[in-house]
Write a new protein. Sequence first.
Length: 178
Amino acid sequence: MTVHDRITEVKRTTEVKHPHRFDALRRRLYEGGHPNRVARLLNRISAAQFGSGVLGARNWVTLEVPGRLTGRVISFPLVIADYEGGYYLVAFLGENANWVRNVRAAGGRAVLRHGGRLAVRLEEVPPGDRAPILRRYVDKAPGARPHIPVDRHAPVEEFERIAARFPVFRITIDRPGR
Protein backbone atom coordinates (compact mmCIF):
# COMPACT_ATOMS: atom_id res chain seq x y z
CA MET A 1 0.00 0.00 0.00
CA THR A 2 1.44 3.36 -1.03
CA VAL A 3 1.40 6.47 1.13
CA HIS A 4 -1.22 8.00 -1.18
CA ASP A 5 -3.44 4.90 -0.83
CA ARG A 6 -3.12 5.02 2.95
CA ILE A 7 -4.00 8.75 3.11
CA THR A 8 -7.00 8.16 0.86
CA GLU A 9 -8.14 5.27 3.07
CA VAL A 10 -7.79 7.37 6.24
CA LYS A 11 -9.74 10.23 4.66
CA ARG A 12 -12.50 7.88 3.54
CA THR A 13 -12.87 6.24 6.95
CA THR A 14 -12.82 9.52 8.88
CA GLU A 15 -15.26 11.46 6.68
CA VAL A 16 -18.34 12.79 8.42
CA LYS A 17 -21.29 10.61 7.42
CA HIS A 18 -24.04 13.08 8.34
CA PRO A 19 -25.24 15.89 6.05
CA HIS A 20 -23.67 19.29 6.26
CA ARG A 21 -25.37 21.35 8.97
CA PHE A 22 -26.69 23.90 6.46
CA ASP A 23 -28.19 21.37 4.03
CA ALA A 24 -31.67 21.62 5.55
CA LEU A 25 -31.56 25.42 5.23
CA ARG A 26 -30.42 25.15 1.60
CA ARG A 27 -33.29 22.79 0.83
CA ARG A 28 -35.75 25.14 2.55
CA LEU A 29 -34.67 27.97 0.24
CA TYR A 30 -36.05 25.92 -2.67
CA GLU A 31 -39.10 24.19 -1.18
CA GLY A 32 -41.50 23.10 -3.87
CA GLY A 33 -38.73 23.24 -6.47
CA HIS A 34 -38.70 27.04 -6.71
CA PRO A 35 -36.68 29.68 -4.86
CA ASN A 36 -38.34 31.54 -2.00
CA ARG A 37 -37.88 35.30 -1.52
CA VAL A 38 -34.50 34.96 0.22
CA ALA A 39 -33.21 32.53 -2.43
CA ARG A 40 -34.31 34.90 -5.22
CA LEU A 41 -32.36 37.73 -3.61
CA LEU A 42 -29.29 35.52 -3.16
CA ASN A 43 -29.62 34.34 -6.77
CA ARG A 44 -29.66 37.94 -8.03
CA ILE A 45 -26.49 38.69 -6.09
CA SER A 46 -24.85 35.47 -7.31
CA ALA A 47 -25.89 36.13 -10.92
CA ALA A 48 -24.18 39.53 -10.79
CA GLN A 49 -21.09 38.04 -9.15
CA PHE A 50 -20.83 34.99 -11.44
CA GLY A 51 -21.50 37.05 -14.57
CA SER A 52 -18.84 39.62 -13.74
CA GLY A 53 -16.17 36.92 -13.65
CA VAL A 54 -14.55 38.72 -10.73
CA LEU A 55 -14.93 37.06 -7.29
CA GLY A 56 -15.70 33.55 -8.47
CA ALA A 57 -14.43 30.27 -9.76
CA ARG A 58 -13.93 29.74 -13.49
CA ASN A 59 -16.89 27.35 -13.64
CA TRP A 60 -19.35 29.86 -12.12
CA VAL A 61 -21.46 31.49 -14.82
CA THR A 62 -24.65 33.43 -15.29
CA LEU A 63 -27.12 31.99 -17.79
CA GLU A 64 -29.26 34.53 -19.64
CA VAL A 65 -32.31 33.26 -21.48
CA PRO A 66 -35.56 34.91 -22.61
CA GLY A 67 -38.48 34.22 -20.30
CA ARG A 68 -40.95 31.89 -22.00
CA LEU A 69 -43.94 34.03 -21.00
CA THR A 70 -42.63 37.61 -21.03
CA GLY A 71 -39.67 37.43 -23.41
CA ARG A 72 -37.71 39.46 -20.86
CA VAL A 73 -34.14 38.23 -20.33
CA ILE A 74 -33.88 36.21 -17.13
CA SER A 75 -30.53 35.57 -15.40
CA PHE A 76 -29.62 32.50 -13.34
CA PRO A 77 -26.35 31.75 -11.50
CA LEU A 78 -25.15 28.24 -12.42
CA VAL A 79 -22.10 26.01 -12.11
CA ILE A 80 -20.54 24.34 -15.15
CA ALA A 81 -19.47 20.72 -14.83
CA ASP A 82 -16.72 19.48 -17.11
CA TYR A 83 -16.75 15.85 -18.18
CA GLU A 84 -14.70 14.06 -20.85
CA GLY A 85 -13.96 17.24 -22.80
CA GLY A 86 -17.50 18.59 -22.67
CA TYR A 87 -19.10 21.30 -20.54
CA TYR A 88 -22.53 20.88 -18.97
CA LEU A 89 -25.23 22.68 -17.00
CA VAL A 90 -27.36 20.69 -14.55
CA ALA A 91 -30.75 21.61 -13.09
CA PHE A 92 -30.44 20.53 -9.47
CA LEU A 93 -34.10 21.48 -8.89
CA GLY A 94 -35.23 19.06 -11.58
CA GLU A 95 -37.53 19.21 -14.59
CA ASN A 96 -39.66 22.12 -13.40
CA ALA A 97 -36.84 24.59 -12.78
CA ASN A 98 -37.79 27.82 -14.54
CA TRP A 99 -34.48 28.13 -16.34
CA VAL A 100 -34.94 24.64 -17.83
CA ARG A 101 -38.40 25.50 -19.15
CA ASN A 102 -37.12 28.82 -20.52
CA VAL A 103 -34.17 27.15 -22.28
CA ARG A 104 -36.46 24.56 -23.86
CA ALA A 105 -38.86 27.29 -25.01
CA ALA A 106 -35.92 29.21 -26.53
CA GLY A 107 -34.85 26.18 -28.54
CA GLY A 108 -31.69 25.83 -26.45
CA ARG A 109 -30.33 29.26 -27.36
CA ALA A 110 -28.92 31.26 -24.46
CA VAL A 111 -26.02 33.44 -23.35
CA LEU A 112 -23.41 32.58 -20.72
CA ARG A 113 -21.67 35.39 -18.88
CA HIS A 114 -18.40 35.15 -17.00
CA GLY A 115 -16.57 38.39 -17.60
CA GLY A 116 -17.70 38.46 -21.26
CA ARG A 117 -20.77 37.18 -23.05
CA LEU A 118 -20.90 33.97 -25.07
CA ALA A 119 -23.87 32.91 -27.21
CA VAL A 120 -24.43 29.19 -26.66
CA ARG A 121 -26.72 26.38 -27.63
CA LEU A 122 -27.76 24.07 -24.80
CA GLU A 123 -28.42 20.53 -26.02
CA GLU A 124 -30.29 18.26 -23.63
CA VAL A 125 -28.44 15.07 -22.70
CA PRO A 126 -30.53 11.87 -22.78
CA PRO A 127 -31.22 10.42 -19.29
CA GLY A 128 -29.15 7.31 -20.04
CA ASP A 129 -26.02 9.45 -20.51
CA ARG A 130 -26.45 11.75 -17.49
CA ALA A 131 -25.14 9.69 -14.56
CA PRO A 132 -21.38 10.37 -14.86
CA ILE A 133 -22.06 14.06 -15.58
CA LEU A 134 -24.30 14.31 -12.50
CA ARG A 135 -21.56 12.73 -10.41
CA ARG A 136 -19.02 15.26 -11.68
CA TYR A 137 -21.50 18.11 -11.13
CA VAL A 138 -22.16 17.16 -7.50
CA ASP A 139 -18.40 17.14 -6.99
CA LYS A 140 -18.05 20.64 -8.53
CA ALA A 141 -21.19 22.31 -7.11
CA PRO A 142 -21.38 21.99 -3.32
CA GLY A 143 -24.54 24.11 -3.20
CA ALA A 144 -26.38 21.48 -5.24
CA ARG A 145 -25.54 18.58 -2.93
CA PRO A 146 -28.54 19.02 -0.60
CA HIS A 147 -30.88 18.75 -3.60
CA ILE A 148 -29.42 15.66 -5.27
CA PRO A 149 -30.09 12.56 -3.16
CA VAL A 150 -26.83 10.75 -3.91
CA ASP A 151 -23.51 11.18 -2.12
CA ARG A 152 -20.81 12.67 -4.33
CA HIS A 153 -18.53 9.70 -3.59
CA ALA A 154 -21.16 7.13 -4.61
CA PRO A 155 -20.54 4.94 -7.66
CA VAL A 156 -21.99 6.05 -10.99
CA GLU A 157 -24.63 3.32 -10.71
CA GLU A 158 -26.25 5.26 -7.86
CA PHE A 159 -26.54 8.32 -10.11
CA GLU A 160 -28.15 6.21 -12.85
CA ARG A 161 -31.16 5.66 -10.57
CA ILE A 162 -31.90 9.40 -10.36
CA ALA A 163 -30.58 10.65 -13.71
CA ALA A 164 -33.99 11.05 -15.34
CA ARG A 165 -35.05 13.52 -12.61
CA PHE A 166 -32.28 16.06 -13.25
CA PRO A 167 -31.98 17.67 -16.70
CA VAL A 168 -28.45 18.04 -18.06
CA PHE A 169 -27.49 20.28 -20.98
CA ARG A 170 -24.30 20.11 -23.04
CA ILE A 171 -22.94 23.58 -23.82
CA THR A 172 -21.91 24.28 -27.41
CA ILE A 173 -20.96 27.56 -29.04
CA ASP A 174 -23.95 28.94 -30.97
CA ARG A 175 -23.02 29.47 -34.59
CA PRO A 176 -25.29 31.82 -36.57
CA GLY A 177 -27.47 29.99 -39.09
CA ARG A 178 -27.37 26.76 -37.11
